[in-house]
Design a protein around this ligand. Structure first.
Ligand SMILES: NC(=O)c1ccc[n+]([C@@H]2O[C@H](COP(=O)([O-])OP(=O)(O)OC[C@H]3O[C@@H](n4cnc5c(N)ncnc54)[C@H](O)[C@@H]3O)[C@@H](O)[C@H]2O)c1
Length: 265
């Protein structure tokens, strides 16, 4: 299908390099006729390659630390002065200092834990609240955040990111209620398979559970490219009545108990 997002405008948070899920979403959104601003934390602008992506998408990068209301307000003001009200927002942001610094779950640094929650979960509320207060989103617009099944089941290496994802998914439901009632804005999370990215491979034992999920899922792990396709579908008008959902995009992993292949191994 072509031009699913023709005429639609948005903001895409979280493209760091070509492995990033947000990077793939940006390329596909452009391909489908959307116009958007790219945003990432100022430090990511220095370390990543987002300017290359901006060039490929004929757009600009506006830095914003997603934990800073001030940065988010400036970003939405600029986006609205460029496009008027927006049709979609992608929140593809996650980071845990505890994971990054190899802290065990039973020895968490609580200042870092709060940072994990702020960056990986509260930032989603902040994005939504700034948009809500500025009336930045059109009716029937679509907001998507990325999450992982560790919100429902325990994956030890995922550490305090599990709490962040549980909160993120809850924010999608709660804000989905408020924004839906007020303005018919849709808010959903996509629960994606393990994916080889900077954030993903920072998780301890990532290779092992990547392979485990791949073997257990009837369709295998979902790639970042197919995650981008699903995200585009959620931004499009084909999914207008979908909101307040956590949607598994994982090749069937979340519904599997056991497979014959595993039993005979
Ligand atoms: N890779 C996986 O296995 C996997 C699986 C399921 C869900 N996810 C989720 O997908 C999303 C995107 O991650 P990814 O795998 O593409 O990795 P990634 O490392 O490419 O993206 C994470 C992004 O978060 C940004 N970020 C960190 N702190 C920020 C801040 N304060 N303000 C603004 N941006 C900030 C980073 O700069 C980076 O661009 C994350 O929410 C992640 O948890 C990833």
């Amino acid at each position: 299908m072509n031009n699913l997002l023709k005429g639609k405008k948005g903001i895409i948070f979280g493209a760091l390099d070509e492995n990033s899920i947000a990077w793939k979403v940006a390329l596909k959104a452009k391909e489908q006729g959307a116009e958007f601003i790219l945003s990432n934390a100022p430090v990511a602008l220095r370390l990543g390659k987002i300017n290359e992506l901006a060039e490929a998408c004929s757009t600009e990068v506006i830095p914003a630390d997603a934990t800073s209301i001030e940065d988010l307000e400036a970003l939405f003001d600029k986006a609205m002065s460029k496009y008027g009200q927006l049709d979609f927002v992608l929140h593809s942001i996650g980071m845990s200092p505890n994971v990054r610094k190899n802290k065990a779950y039973t020895e968490l640094n609580y200042d870092w834990f709060l940072k994990t929650l702020d960056i990986s979960a509260l930032s989603f509320h902040k994005v939504l609240q700034v948009a809500y207060q500025k009336d930045a989103l059109k009716e029937w617009s679509s907001v998507v955040a990325l999450t992982y099944i560790a919100a429902q089941r325990t994956f030890p290496g995922y550490n305090d990111m599990a709490e962040a994802k549980a909160t993120l998914e809850s924010i999608a439901r709660s804000f989905g209620y408020h924004y839906g009632t007020k303005k018919k804005v849709r808010v959903n999370t996509i629960s994606q398979s393990p994916t080889m990215t900077t954030a993903g491979s920072g998780v301890k034992g990532f290779d092992v559970f990547y392979d485990y999920a791949d073997k257990l899922s009837p369709l295998g792990n979902a790639s970042s490219d197919s995650c981008a396709d699903f995200t585009i579908a959620l931004f499009s008008d084909l999914t207008r009545m979908v909101t307040m959902q956590n949607l598994f995009h994982d090749g069937g992993f979340s519904s599997i108990g056991m497979t014959e292949a595993f039993m005979t191994e």
